[in-house]
Design a protein around this ligand. Sequence first.
Ligand code: PBG
Length: 327
Amino acid sequence: MNSDLTVRPRRLRRTPALRAMLRETLLTPADFMYPLFVVPGAGLRRPIASLAGQFHLSPDQAAEEAARVYELGVKSVLLFGLPAAKDAVGSSGAAPDGPVQTALRAIKKAVPEIAAATDVCLCEYTDHGHCGLIVDGQVDNDATLPHLARQALSHAEAGADIVAPSDMMDGRVGAIRAALDQKGFSHIPVMAYTVKYAGAFYGPFREAAGSAPGFGDRRAYQMDPARRREAFIELAQDAAEGADMVMVKPAGPYLDIIREIRDRCDLPLAAYQVSGEYAMITAAAAAGLLDEKAAALETLTSIKRAGADVIITYFAPRAAEWLRGRD
Ligand code: PBG
């Protein structure tokens, strides 16, 4: 009846061996970067209510966690800090004994081979929760830059292998690059949060990091989700300022942008599967609506297929375990 059909793509989907042979996109644990939330203190491993399966870790515990995930094949972590004190300019973010700086030293001692990246931003350290300094009720771009540079430098001094500014101020990559170079850290790369959209998917993170803005929102500095071409302006700017890696964030809702950045740029590209993307899957799985492993691996495969080299994901250690057991 259908014998007149010449093209039958189903022929190559018939068996697991055929499907495995033809798979173009393969995930490996080394693709993943794992975010860690570091708090002051010792011996602390407290579950984060808004992010099922994630923890607030004291620096010693962050080092243990880094060693554990490295064993699983996850070669990098991304550190966020919850400081003991906050002020208007986020000065605790650059404190040599801050949670991130302390964790960096502990991690590099426990597992020197791991790539320790740090998020550079003021929102976790300012009492108003914005990513920059407030001048006349607005986030002031240029006044913020030296504070970001100072924080990035303190991370490098504590042993960071990569610094990753997420604030979305114009010119921050250049300001950080100059500060690092001046102090003997010309070998430390900057992974820029190049294309970061203002959106609804950061909610669980802001609860986890205590970094929700105290007034207003971030739409005057993060990007409008309805704009596409602006991503290429950001890309050109960060590349010109010396970014070593670029990022698209969030990942899943912005796969088109990941693909277009990949096609236009030869710098390594990271994509951040953010807290809201993670929460949608874990919550649906907890409600019995989705198979967590299958859904998570499908989203990670899609992000890689879109063109990401590195995927920042809260699933990192579990996905590494799932991949080990995969047929
Ligand atoms: C800091 C920062 C945020 C995230 C990463 N770095 C929060 C924000 O921009 O409000 C979000 C990560 C996530 O949601 O998982 N600026």
